[in-house]
Design a protein. Sequence first.
Lengths: 493, 504, 493
Amino acid sequence: MTPAWTIPSAFAGALLVLLLPARMAGLSRVIALASAILGAVAAGSSCLARLGAPDAPVWSLDRPWIPAFGIRFHLAADGLSLALILLTGIVAIAGVLFSWNVEKRPRAFFAFFLTIIGGVYGVFLSRDGFLLFVFYEIVILPKYMLIAIWGSTRKEYGAMKLTMYSIGASALILVGLATAFAASGGTSFDLAHLAAASYPPALQAWAFPVLFLGFAVLAGMWPFHTWAPTGHVAAPTAASMLLAGVVMKLGAYGALCVAMPLFPQGFDQWRPVIAALAVIGILHGALTALSQKDLKFVIGYSSVSHMGFILLGLAAATHWGLRGAMLQMISHGIIAGLLFGIAGRVVYERTHTRDLAALKDFDLWKTLPGAALGFTLATAASMGLPGFSGFVAEVSVVIGLWQAWPWLVLAVALGIILTGAFSLRALHKAFFPARNATDPAPRALPALSWPEVSAIALLILVSAAIGIYPKPWVLLIDDGLRSPLFQSILTKP
Amino acid sequence: MTLPFFILFPLLGAVLLAFRRGAGAQGSGRFAMIWAAAALAWAGMLSTSAEVWSLPWIPDAGIELRFRMDGISFLFVVLTGLVTLIALAASSLSRKGDRAYFALILVLESALFGVFTARHFIPWFLCWEMTLIPAWLLIRLWGGAGASKAALRFFIMTLGGSAFMLVGFLALQLAVGTMDFDALGKLAAERVIAESLAKAFAFTGASGHTLLTLVALSVFLGLAVKLPVVPFHAWLPAAYAEAPTPVTMLLTGLLSKMGVYGLLRIFLPVFPEVLPSLAPLLSWLAVATVLLGAVAALAQTDLKRLLAYSSVNHLGYCALAVAAVAAVQTDRAAMSSAIAGTILQAFNHGIIASALFFGIGVLENRSRGQRGLNDFGGLRARTPVFCGLFGVAVFASLGLPGLSGFIGEFLIFNGTFALTPAAASVSVIGLLLTAVFLLRAIRKVFSGPLKPSLAKWADLSPAERGVFGVAILLIVVPGLWPQSLLHFANPGIVQLLDLLSPIP
Amino acid sequence: MQLLPEAVLVLTALVLLGVTVAVESRSGRAVSGGLTLSIASAGVLLALLALFRVPAEGGSGTPLVAADSLARWTKGVILSLGLLAVLLPPAKREIANPGEFHALMLFAMAGLLLAAGTNHLLLLFVSLELASLSLYLLAGFPRTARASEASLKYFLFGGVSAAFMLFGLSLLYGFSQSAMLPVIAAKLGAAPDSALAMAGLLMVLVGLGFKLAAAPFHYWAPDVYQGAPATAVALVAAASKVAGVVVLVRLLVVGFHAASGSAAWGGMAAGWSLWLAVLAAVSIVFGNILAIAQTSVRRLLAYSAVANSGYLLVGLCANGRSAAGAALFYVVVYGLATLGALAVTAAVEREAGNDRPESFAGLVRRSPWRAIALLVFLSSLAGIPPLAGFFGKFALFSAALAESAESGAAGLVWLVGLAAVMSAVSLYYYLMILKQAFVMEASPSGEIQTHGISPAHALAVGLPAVALVVLGLVPSLLLDPITSALGELLAAR
């Protein structure tokens, strides 16, 4: 199975789901699950294949499409893409499982969900700037629909804010890509070609921030991140998982594989600014999370903080830094999925509240021990405790940072401590509240269903697997970083 | 090859417990004890094997999970097994805890096994951090009224310290390309680490010595919070007091030993180049720890807090010894004495503290939670066996010759007086103060008129006698025959000395 | 022979009028709308067939008519769009005096066809006037107050702009002693700084700006879009715009190439390129900003038309083959999308009585196909992939940058950046409508009933939707003929 199976499996799934007659609407979740599994299996087998034959040429599919503009339908799967599509596959499966009980308009829900998955696969596999942009934009409307129709807190506002930020950022990407196209001779949109062209430094000085900002907004870079907590909280669980877990990574991936290689001198000039904004994002996100009253908002802000690590790794521009950024992309994708899944699906469905003070009455570790265990492990992972994926990522980013700006490491250490603080606060308030003997006994809650258990188990096992044995992932990432695209960026090995 | 299985064995027990839905508190307690006993037995069998095991992570950066068992590790591992078993027994006897509680203790045991056998920073750190959440939960969920706050402070301070430790080690990874303790030790012996740091961070313009000092301090910070060393001890009194007594046993008996072990295994071997310049700071911090621990204990009326501060004091001696070794590296005999003393003090204090807290647990059980100094009196009449056994433990803690507590302190002072006489002299005050508050405690609890509320008290039950008895045995035997412990520690001590002051 | 399609149209119109008179005088009742519609459609189809019979090259016999591929292509497009416009009404009995109505439509189309196929300025003016007069009358057909006001405004504005245009044409004639574009181009090549020619051109551009509804000449548009019958608006929005753009291409890119000046940032030079850039910027900003506040969907579409004119002008001011080609592609795609949107709006108006966005509420439930078609149309207008509108915008901006890159590194980036960002903003108001259609539930008061739709209307909705999807995936289908037609044109100059 080649990676090419991932994109059609998602879109075909979406189409099939839409075509189901109304009385068979319940089948939509089965089809969605099958589609997600198919995509994940394709991704997984491709990863294994690549690990088994690291010196073979990278899989690619290259067909002419719009010759007038030099646009080709060019997909390729190097280590970076493979790792990210595997992440997407896993999060997709978990997302479908967490949405097993969607009652309202399930066909439309899963159709939008699968469309987003398909678009994400497409971005990670594209090697043509236009093609990448097409996939990047395809997810915008389904994102809006998922939040506006199935969301909760202030869903219309959240949906619109998220969508407008997304499309505004895309406008910047469009300008950046078109500029690169124009300045490289206007013959081709192929990313390798665009990256190989040399642009005058004056052009790069403004073109890089425009292009990078377009991607960085989607990656939640401070101060353009405010759409993220609002949007993710408003979104239904599966959408939050997708959005925070995978779609935000589109921004980081674009920054790494498009913005930085295209305008390396511009990147070099703007690196300190990116690093500064990333650090502010880490600290600001953590501090804000510390004061939130709504559990989902804590997770939302924690996502902003974690994405800051990714951007910091990118800004460090050393091999360790980029490796750390990629590892954090994968790790946070899983962990965000887990946190939103448990908070949104398992807890909110049963208690109908996410308010930390209100959850005290439920004494969740007694009434939902499975959820408490899951969330505890997820919190451990989110804090970067060793044994889970976040730790490996953090270690790599810090080493990369030591090479670039040692004094920023202090800020990172502070960020780690703050992350521990807010994570623990949320964990203890929500799941292990301090209760007096006089408090009324909590009422029993329905136990976890098998889809919920499977999803939680899947995500925890993956995070632990990465945390205990990161070697295959590191190999994939290093394979991707060997590409000539990154040679001009890396300042140090 | 069996090492990873050994380390994971308690964790497996915890997982099994998690799935045994029907098991009640008693059943879970029994299961956990049997499992811990098996682990201890296995630990005993590992003694002669010097095993190694590794799992690569990021091969081209030399990052791997590597574990090895040697003499010093063996002692700490056995200590872990013993204290865990005692704590589990205490929990069962006091009817404390449920399935989750016992599972968490087993998880903690696994983490500790890992810490004491890790040979590379990454597995060390992994297991170090793995103790955080179980300890936090144990304190918080089964603790007293102020447990929330105490648990949180414990967690945050430990996390904070370890963040710095992590960051420091990653700088080393960058500079010399390895975080393996043995490899780092060899490099340190060749005295090349400072130069490598200077080279790697050339763009900062700082000297190698300065950089290495910064790294050493950051590593020390992590260890200092655990030990604890004043002023990073702020989490300790509340945590020890609020935690359920068996958990306090674990905290004082084992978790603090992580700090001691770290000092011996990491701090001394890796940073000999800067140890002399750091030594004064370390000495004074150690002295402060010793004195503050003792003085504060003197002022306590809560028995648990009293013992908590006493622990701070006793572990301060370990810090003192390490500081002394850091200061002067030419007197092998003195260094050997100091280090041996540290190891023995660690081991013995673990047992003694467990015994003491077990005693407090007995008091708490019978008095429905009271543990103030003034709540008891004249118990000797009612519970002579208890008084006797508890008295032995107290005297061991005092450092009475013939009991295990003596040798550790003796060796430490023996070495320290030769290396840093000033610090040693001041610390003697600690010994005196310890005697004062411990004797006072005994007097208040056991002598004097019998308090009316205690009139109906029964003496130790057979089970309690059994547990207490075993602990006392473990106190008496090494006291009379220190070689039983030193036999295991000696090869490791020699190795450490070779790194610190290589024989030309 | 060249004018066969126009002749067919005129004949059909006359036949239609005759039939109307005959039927009405015989039976006393009004002629049926269905009959006139059928005759009109048949006429347009015949004209299309006739177009294929017209020989491709060779002299036309008269210098008035240009016999190039661009003319053929444009006529084909106008006829197709006109056919769809004719088929548009949701029900048969909507218009009083359908005979005259359809006849006027045919006349308007004939005028547009003539305008598209000539290089002679006077014929250009006459044919544009033919079209305009027909359109003024069409706008006022419903005899409502609103329609009458719209028609009057249209007429007054149109009259003034016609005057400007005529004056400008006379100046041009004065400059070159000829009304033929190629001759003017040659004369201009010899004397590029002629103030007379530039003045004339400026006035002509004012006239054409009105036709295109570019700001600040757009004031007629909102009232006309709102008051006129949907069919007429469709013709205005789609066919008339195509003709307008083609005229501009001939005029500027061919005729006045030498006087283009430059709108590049940092290298601005007086010339029509600069004027168009200013016009574009004003249109884009005005159109998008004013659209946000609209409560009538038709008026919203009018302001959208203004904004889209702006985008088109961006392409034209780049003064290159690729950009002009992209502009032509875009105007067709835009025409299809607006036509389709108007068709759906007309149907909703009929059901709900008004065209407020709230009337669309729950559209996806009561007529799912129409809702999906609306999604296609509005997404295409907003520039969401994989629809044709996205590619159109992308191509427009990329080509504009590429072709202005010669005159300076930054070139038209300022304009393209503005256009891209404003285009992102436009998603906001399109989403407002889509939100009603997909997210909101219909109000339970039941004032919205679903009527049946005629097959003609279904075609008018379905064909553009399918076309937009297909062209989005394979834009070369449309782009290649444009490129070759332009190539031929530019080679000849």
